[in-house]
Write a protein that binds this ligand. Structure first.
Ligand code: UD1
Length: 383
């Protein structure tokens, strides 16, 4: 977008962590393609900084280099959130944005919304209204608070509107736009790296064509030794039926090693891979017999790809993936998981259907709506 400094009144688009990138990439493309929107600048808070969680995904998604990087890094929730706020405030002061666009539910989402709203800058939250009804999840707190203070709430499924209404959010703020994560999936699908290539080494290890993909990183699954041990035991058992490919988040690697569980991952037919690029993961999921995960995004991506997903959580903020898609909530219920793995291996499992407006055009709809909304708005006080 050239130099942000030359563009007072720009739209500041915020990303912080991996699941934000696939949501922001199509939005940024859509914003920058419209002459009736202010120039869009990309702000990275630096919450995720590992090359495999960050740079690689930027490349795969063709996301431009951030105009501003706040370089926050890891910390406790309070420290991370506070640090993002402290560093984002002068950016808002300097650039006087006409709006701040946030996505998803990570700490950076809430921190930047809070800074913007207190400066009188309108906030648009993309993927609003999702609720797991589990306040022990840090993301649930981020969702509730971000939605309360945002001016524009773009939703991915209609249940979000009922959730927001229950929390007293006026209907005028809600806009059913569809799913920007699926925009990315459809846009990049033909460029996915074939699973056979990613699995060359792993196939030599367990010598089978069919496989399941595993990711686990939620605090509820990996931060307590008993929970992590139970999850790993289940994976070992499942791998007796179906070889598994585990792409491990740095948080999970640290816990597995810290609790002395590394040997458990060496017992079954389990190939452990580092976090994968977006195009590798897309290829792996598309060809998998099933996916076992606690990720939010992968529940949606498997629904769009029509691949059965067993979600190792007690709840989901994305109920449409269970009701219409290929998702089943399994928690750490060993017997249920083993039964479903058998069933999927035998019959192919749930196929589901594509939810309404998961059509690859959500970002375009959001850009068009935002342009109209900003144009109809009285000039902001700070202009
Ligand atoms: C964050 C999001 C979560 C999202 C996940 C995707 C919040 C509250 N959580 O969780 O919703 O599903 O990203 O990955 O915002 N670490 C690294 N390298 C990095 C980043 C983190 O090694 O680049 C390690 C650090 O030890 C850090 C830990 O992972 O303490 C957790 O990182 P953090 O960003 O706090 O949360 P995630 O678990 O990644």
């Amino acid at each position: 977008m050239g130099n942000l400094r030359d563009n007072p009144g720009a739209l500041l688009c915020v990303v912080g962590a991996r699941p934000n990138y696939m949501k922001m990439a199509p939005l940024l493309r859509a914003f920058r393609s419209r002459a009736d929107l202010p120039p869009a600048g990309l702000v990275h808070t630096g919450q995720h900084y590992d090359p495999m969680l960050n740079d690689r995904l930027f490349e795969d998604l063709a996301l431009p280099r951030p105009d501003i990087n706040l370089g926050v890094g890891s910390g406790t929730h309070a420290v991370q959130t506070a640090e993002v706020m402290r560093r984002f405030e002068p950016v808002v002061d300097e650039h006087q944005p006409s709006g701040v666009v946030v996505v998803g539910d990570v700490n950076s989402t809430l921190a930047c919304s809070l800074v913007a709203v207190k400066k009188g800058v309108p906030v648009a939250h993309v993927e609003a209204g999702l609720r797991s009804f589990d306040r022990a999840m840090p993301e649930e707190i981020n969702r509730i608070l971000t939605d309360q203070i945002s001016d524009l709430l773009y939703t991915t499924e209609r249940t979000a509107h009922a959730n927001l209404a229950r929390e007293g959010v006026p209907a005028e703020r809600m806009h059913f736009a569809g799913n920007v994560m699926i925009d990315s999936l459809l846009f990049h699908r033909s460029r996915a790296v074939p699973a056979a290539r990613t699995l060359q080494a792993a196939r030599a290890q367990f010598g089978a064509d069919r496989y399941g993909v595993v990711t686990l990183h939620r605090p509820s699954n990996v931060d307590e030794p008993a929970a992590l041990r139970a999850s790993l035991e289940i994976l070992c058992e499942v791998s007796g039926r179906l070889p598994l490919v585990c792409a491990l988040h740095p948080r999970t690697v640290a816990r597995v090693e810290g609790f002395g569980f590394a040997d458990m991952l060496r017992t079954g037919r389990i190939a452990v891979l580092p976090p994968q690029g977006y195009l590798e993961m897309l290829g792996l999921m598309a060809d998998a017999t099933l996916v076992l995960t606690d990720s939010g995004g992968m529940q949606e991506e498997t629904t769009a790809l029509s691949v059965p997903c067993l979600t190792m959580r007690e709840n989901t903020e994305r109920p449409i993936t269970v009701e219409q898609g290929t998702n089943t909530l399994v928690g750490r219920d060993r017997a249920l998981i083993l039964r479903l793995v058998e069933e999927i291996a035998a019959t192919g499992g749930k196929r589901g259907r594509t939810p309404e407006l998961w059509d690859g055009r959500a970002a375009e709809r959001i850009a068009a709506h935002l342009a109209g909304w900003l144009a109809a708005r009285p000039m902001p006080l700070h202009a």
